[in-house]
Ligand binder design. Structure first.
Ligand code: AMP
Length: 210
């Protein structure tokens, strides 16, 4: 099964994608996660990507496509994958179409997580990561446990100003993909991203079973 999770940054693609990956037994390919690991490890890729990421801009398509091809070539992705944060614009969507076709693969569904902008800003500007465990918390909705409270950090691109810029980039470049896929044979399932995490997961799974 090949799924795309579409939605603004902070809509919950990462959380829903990880749970779906576990339930469906296919990997989540999250281009943002791959890039952040590269930045942390200081690789060539990380050096190329960091400036764009910190500014809330998209990393150039050719860099991203290389990552996706590599991730799909992994043995664990032979039965499919969940794309989180990719494609981000029409050109990436067209390339994904070609990559899948070349591999004899096809898209099964596009899931759109709808969340209003103001909710996104509140969610993201309160988001904190524990550099030790990698766990993601929220200062208001899901506070870190006492032992992690002093070491959690904010992603540079989760600062309010950058979040607002990322939302603009989403509206201009990524949101048009909803119409793009609606014009194609793949089912596009729109879900309310503000619902509780477990309930939303159930909703997505039930849409996939239809
Ligand atoms: P994310 O964690 O998906 O919100 O991604 C964080 C940042 O990584 C984005 O703001 C972009 O700078 C970069 N990024 C992630 N995925 C892509 C992509 N498919 N195309 C271009 N840039 C991306």
């Amino acid at each position: 099964m090949h799924l795309i999770l579409l939605g603004a940054p902070g809509a919950g693609k990462g959380t829903q994608g990880s749970q779906l990956a576990e339930t469906l037994g296919i990997p989540k390919i999250a281009t943002g996660d791959i890039l952040r690991t590269a930045v942390r490890e200081g690789t060539d890729l990380g050096r190329k990507a960091q400036e764009y990421m910190d500014a809330g801009e998209l990393v150039p398509d050719e860099v991203i496509l290389g990552l996706v091809r590599e991730a799909l070539a992994n043995e664990e992705a032979r039965r499919g994958a969940i794309f989180d944060g990719f494609p981000r614009n029409v050109s990436q969507a067209e390339s994904l179409g070609k990559i899948l076709e070349e591999g004899g693969r096809a898209l099964d569904a596009v899931i759109v997580l709808d969340v209003p902008d103001e909710v996104i800003v509140e969610r993201m500007s309160g988001r904190r990561t524990d550099p030790v465990s990698g766990e993601v918390y929220h200062i208001k909705f899901n506070p870190p446990p006492p032992e992690a409270a002093d070491r959690v950090v904010q992603r540079p691109d989760d600062r309010e100003e950058t979040v607002r810029h990322r939302l603009e980039v989403y509206t201009e470049q990524t949101a048009p993909l909803i119409a793009y896929y609606e014009e194609r044979p793949v089912p596009v399932e729109r879900v309310e991203g503000t619902r509780p995490i477990a309930e939303l997961q159930e909703e997505i799974l039930s849409r996939l079973r239809r």
